[in-house]
Design a protein around this ligand. Structure first.
Ligand SMILES: *Cc1c(COP(=O)(O)O)cnc(C)c1O
Length: 392
């Protein structure tokens, strides 16, 4: 990672992460932004109550702490405006709702995070939106699926279970020609490793719960828009009454300070683990965008500035009981959902039944690993314990 992204007067992202969203002299010199809480905001006089000419008018839309985070994320992503949501999923659903209309058509990658698919199936369909899934590796071929009533193309690159890297520039070029906005779930790479707006994306969503908060202690989502898409998202976001409290925004601002250095370590450790796992006889396949066996690896090399800590291994076919023994023998890898914190995690998954446009072809059990900030040799020893138990 070079950090030379050319944004914000050519200050590197490492430096930006330490600077954005704070203004010590406004807060008596304290380095960090204070946590604001509150609903009512008092207007100074009747005239301002009529004109709303004060920076904050009510606690729901924003307070100084949440706005500092919005402004920091907008700059870091390189977008025009960021809207916060109480979880990554609510950021995704708000964004989809902003473009949903009866009779409209929305294209979603088949590799999408399952709860995004569930929202589309349970809510968008009921509103009369036609949702169509496409092959994540479709690239410029998306042009053939875009119709006059297409309202949005939704991408997730790489897919957060199966890790197909999408040809985002080709998808954006096809959509731009038809005036259709493209959104990305950019949670895996964050703006540190994928500069979504530089590649033509209009909206970048973060489950900030993951790397931005970074410590598994808060849930948060962020939708960053370019100038053209911001009004639609602003209207839906406001109408839904979404709000984020100052404490969680503070935790995200704190996470931001160390995001680039944490990601460098996640990158190095995950690569070391993925390469080592590739040499294990029990492992059939490693799906890590920075390794050649991953679908779309060449696109990752072309478009991304780094790789984060999340990847998948497919074991050679094993009985379920052997996989249970493997998991139960682990002491450092926790079993649990979410990721992006300092701790290593592992979860088995089976996505065969959640795909509709493509097929998941692997025979063996799949395990998704998040490599945290522990020492790599300790993590290898932990998995060795698991492999020993797997053998029985
Ligand atoms: C976790 C995750 C989300 C949802 O985030 P929450 O904060 O858990 O709601 C969305 N997209 C991806 C890719 C995720 O991994």
């Amino acid at each position: 990672m070079t950090g030379e992204h050319g944004s914000d007067e050519d200050i590197s992202v490492e430096t930006q992460a330490t600077q954005l969203g704070r203004d010590p002299q406004r807060y008596f010199g304290f380095v960090n932004m204070p946590v604001y809480r509150g609903s009512t905001v008092l207007y100074p006089n009747a005239e301002s109550l009529e004109s709303h000419d004060i920076p904050y008018t009510y606690g729901r839309p924003s307070n100084p702490t949440t706005r500092a985070l919005e402004e920091a994320l907008a700059k870091l992503e390189g977008g025009a405006r960021t809207f916060l949501a109480p979880s990554g999923l609510s950021a995704v659903s708000t964004l989809l709702l902003a473009f949903a209309e009866a009779g409209g058509h929305i294209l979603i990658t088949d590799s999408v995070y399952f709860p995004t698919r569930r929202f589309a199936g349970k809510v968008l369909k009921r509103l009369g939106v036609e949702v169509e899934y496409y092959d994540p590796l479709i690239g410029g071929g998306i042009a053939a699926l875009i119709r006059p009533n297409t309202k949005l193309v939704f991408t997730e690159s790489p897919g957060s279970q199966t890790f197909e890297v999408q040809d985002i520039p080709a998808i954006c070029a096809a959509a731009r020609g038809r005036n259709v906005p493209v959104a990305i779930d950019n949670t895996w790479a964050t703006p540190i490793f994928f500069r979504a707006f530089d590649h033509g994306v209009n909206i970048s969503v973060q489950a900030a719960t993951k790397y931005i908060v970074g410590h598994a202690d808060a849930l948060l989502g962020a939708i960053t828009c370019d100038a053209a898409t911001a009004p639609a998202v602003a209207a839906t976001h406001e109408a839904l009454g979404l709000c984020v409290n100052g404490e969680d925004a503070f935790l995200a601002l704190r996470g931001l300070r160390t995001l680039p250095v944490r990601l460098k370590q996640h990158q190095a450790s995950a690569l070391a683990m993925a390469e080592w796992l590739g040499t294990r006889p029990e492992v059939a396949r490693v799906l890590h965008p920075a390794l050649p066996d991953c679908p779309g690896h060449e696109l990752w090399k072309r478009d991304f500035l780094g790789s984060s800590g999340l990847f998948t291994i497919v074991l050679k076919p094993q009985p379920k009981e052997a996989v249970r023994r493997f998991l139960n023998a682990l002491r450092l890898f926790g079993m649990g959902y979410s990721w992006g914190g300092y701790e290593s995690l592992i979860v088995p998954f089976d996505c065969a039944h959640s795909r509709t446009a493509t097929k998941w072809q692997e025979d063996g059990p799949a395990l998704r690993l998040h490599i945290g900030l522990e020492d790599v040799s300790d993590l290898k020893r932990d998995l060795q314990r698991g492999f020993a138990a797997l053998a029985g």
